[in-house]
Design a protein around this ligand. Sequence first.
Ligand code: NDP
Length: 408
Amino acid sequence: MGKALIIGAGGVGSVVAHKCVQNSDVFEEIMIASRTKAKCDALKEKLDGGKTIIHTAQVDADNVDELVELINSFKPDVVINVALPYQDLTIMEACLATGVHYLDTANYEPPETAKFEYKWQWAYKEKFEKAGITAVLGCGFDPGVTGVFTAYALKHHFDEIHYIDILDCNAGDHGLPFATNFNPEINIREITSNGRYWKEGKWIETKPLEYKREYNFPEVGPKDIYLLYHEELESLAKNVKGLKQIRFWMTFSEKYLTHLRVLQNVGMTSIEPIEFEGKKIVPLQFLKAVLPDPGSLGPRTKGKTNIGCIFRGIKDGKEKTYYLYNVCDHEECYREVGSQAVSYTTGVPAMIGASLIIKGIWRRPGVWNVEEFDPDPFMEELNKWGLPWKESFDPELLDLDLENSEVK
Ligand code: NDP
């Protein structure tokens, strides 16, 4: 049916490639292209032998001309960007120049400042409209499935959603003292930044990890969760009409946070370049180089993830609560595709989004976040491709009024 160019061959790229090959009716041909070609070749070697034809290439995704040349030589229907957020704009530029649809899993980040904002990518809306091509932004799990869950809840369960709490629980244990589950640089930037949530039309800023609660996750059990800012809050606050509040919570263990505090106190998480032996280095990038590669955690990680959204709102004049979530098992993911659940829960939705673009189901000129499309076909595919969802109408609830609560 179609061809996809996958850019990035890290943890997520590997899952996307595995899943495209499993879905060979849609992905007849794929090209895996990345900075280090050896990683693409290793993937090809592992995956060859099925119906999907696999190509590999070396590309510097910071360079628009190189990207344009590669896209013109392969002529894909869609580019799946699972490199790093720094490459989003160059890849979007290359898609515009070649008239090819675009999908990613994380918003553009300027290398020098942690922002987590969509404005640079939303600015491309008119250009994509004029070119008649579709860009789907943030199509991993969170952002991604969390937006699809929201669109689904709104379509089938609510007349108006007033409150959303997104809960991201990773109860996996890799047995190492400290490691991040995906790109350490992006992960640490996210956690060490101030938190923020949206209430009654305003952003309320919090100190990093200021609010802590315990939540009893289905199939996982009680875990500490912390309020932080996450990029889908920006698009959901804009796209869900009548919304009063949206927050994002993530689990962290005490051990993880203690390591992080020490690293932060000694300056290792800074993104300000420093002079070291006559060379400029960014401490956080150096830290990334000495931490375990997230890809190496797969074989050692045990336990589950549980990511979902609790919605509160009105249906037929009555108050209603609805919780949609997915539980994923690290070891099962590893057995299936050789990666742990954090990469798996990101890569599967990226493959599904790209398949819906190829099939013409999620195709609309412009730049869109996932909640702006029909959620039903995506929800069906989640069940089919390894991320089945569950629902509850009586979940444990979090206090809605943080500012006036006694516990921080
Ligand atoms: P990794 O660091 O494991 O992989 C990134 C890949 O991109 C590597 O193969 C790397 O190449 C390649 N790359 C980096 N820079 C360039 C460049 N200039 N040109 C070409 N290739 C490049 O990251 P992950 O796989 O963990 O994450 C991928 C993306 O997924 C990130 O944007 C991350 O933020 C996002 N993500 C989204 C989630 C969601 O739920 N929405 C959750 C988790 C991640 P090399 O091997 O040479 O370093």
